[in-house]
Ligand binder design. Sequence first.
Ligand SMILES: [Fe+2]
Length: 323
Amino acid sequence: MENFPVINMEKLHGEERAATMEMIKDACENWGFFELMNHGIPHDLMDAVERNTKEHYRKCMEQRFKELVASKGLENVSTEINDIDWESTFYLNHLPQSNISEVPDLDDDYRKVMKDFALRLEKLAEELLDLLCENLGLEKDYLKKAFHGSKGPTFGTKVSNYPPCPQPKLIKGLRAHTDAGGIILLFQDDRVRGLQLLKDGEWIDVPPMRHSIVINLGDQLEVITNGKYKSVLHRVIAQTDGTRMSIASFYNPGKDAVIYPAPELVEKEAEEKKKHVYPKFVFEDYMSLYAGLKFQAKEPRFEAMKTMDTRVNVGPIAPILIS
Ligand SMILES: [Fe+2]
């Protein structure tokens, strides 16, 4: 089995730049996932995020989760549960507008560190998009522009905890899915594992590594790269011991961004025959479809977008302004 790709970002500034870029390319093409070390986000900030998140869970979320489990009778299930996940979550929005000051039950220090962390993740996401462009042979800002829409990208964080689960075989922490959006940056627990991705028909652990950021690619990057890069199925297996922290930040296109395969990446022959494998659509329309189909395969979603009455015409590939 090949090793899970771990990228040391420091090497992008030295003699090993070309080899590191090649590792990122291979990870994007063959894994849909990679793990970053030396990404520039201060470790003491990550420690503060972790400390605050775990304390907030204990103070504000744990009891609520226990009550939910009891009310649904999930402790003693005897058959597989397919409509609920064993997770406790809340969401923060950063772009186009932050809602951190309005989210209840967060103390000032927690709000402050999450704001700072989100700003640094936003910069890291943009740096990564530029690196992807370089590997794809696209102009440097191509992906950032593709995500821009009229109000810039959407950026948000899902803060999750996966408490110990008595029946991890019967209830998933999070059922298998691909992510709908652009690029996802995950700060995961370094002791309690559980995240797995599907590669060549096998579920593979994403290894916990202290102070790393796990990156994965969403459906929109698969569309824009015309399938050169793939969004990959992943899931969380809750553990019988230990609560797993998972802070996933989603750097996505703006609501009205028009998403379509980059013309440079569409095979010439396919272009002539107008046989684009991937559709063209407004990101918000994709998200409306995804909302009800998250835990189903992505291919039917792409197919549905081809026939759906979206707000873009499906003629020649060119950016279209949405009024
Ligand atoms: Fe996901």
